[in-house]
Design a protein around this ligand. Structure first.
Ligand SMILES: [Zn+2]
Length: 209
């Protein structure tokens, strides 16, 4: 056998999907699953109740969330996935991302040393070079019926002025990690996502795969 097998006991399946647990923006756990067991893993992951590390950080922008887990699925036509956990709270938001975005996130949270700067590092350098600073990112729109469910923007401080830039949610998350900036989910979006969900984990069903 010339491939890694699934991490589930006694499963001979090929480990296609790489799962990474993240704590304080550093990889804390690594698993590799077959296609069948990623569903099992995600079901148990969603069922576990827990509080995100750090004190709660509500602000006028929204509520702070941070990367808690993501997985990278390299197969064509399959999405990768990132889960954000509320800082100091029990809510979770998940969204599908592209495999390149998952790889980029992995490089940045697993201290992967790429020989040349990649796009998110370059974007961070451009912001800094032009005298700006990424203050935070915010998920400001949620449209569950549309293919692109979340929209996000960068909030950049430049010469004392607030600048806003619309970006994909995956780019917002990765740039927040690269620039060490907080991730907020707007109050309106939180209300929309969690309005029909009560309980400990309050996971939006439509976001779970
Ligand atoms: Zn398996």
């Amino acid at each position: 056998m010339d491939y890694e097998t699934c991490c589930f006991p006694s499963c001979p399946g090929r480990a296609i999907i790489r799962v990474y647990g993240v704590h304080e923006r550093t990889v804390s756990e690594r698993k590799s699953c077959c296609d069948e067991h990623i569903s099992t893993f995600m079901s148990s992951y969603f069922a576990r109740a827990r509080i995100g590390p750090g004190p709660s950080q509500p602000s006028k922008e929204g509520v702070a969330f941070d990367v808690e887990m993501f997985y990278l699925d390299p197969r064509p036509n399959e999405a990768s996935f990132v889960a954000l956990r509320e800082v100091g709270g029990d809510r979770m938001v998940g969204c599908e991302i592209g495999v390149q975005d998952a790889a980029s996130l992995w490089w940045h949270v697993d201290s992967f040393q790429h020989p040349r700067p990649l796009i998110h590092s370059t974007t961070s350098s451009i912001i800094t070079l032009l005298g700006g600073e990424l203050d935070h990112v915010v998920v400001h729109k949620y449209a569950p019926s549309q293919k692109v469910k979340h929209e996000a923007k960068l909030i950049i401080r430049h010469a004392g002025v607030r600048r806003e830039l619309e970006v994909r949610i995956s780019d917002a998350i990765i740039l927040a990690v690269v620039c060490d900036a907080p991730i907020f989910i707007a109050h309106d979006v939180n209300n929309q996502i969690f309005q029909n969900h009560v309980g400990v984990t309050r996971i939006p069903r439509q976001l779970a795969r």
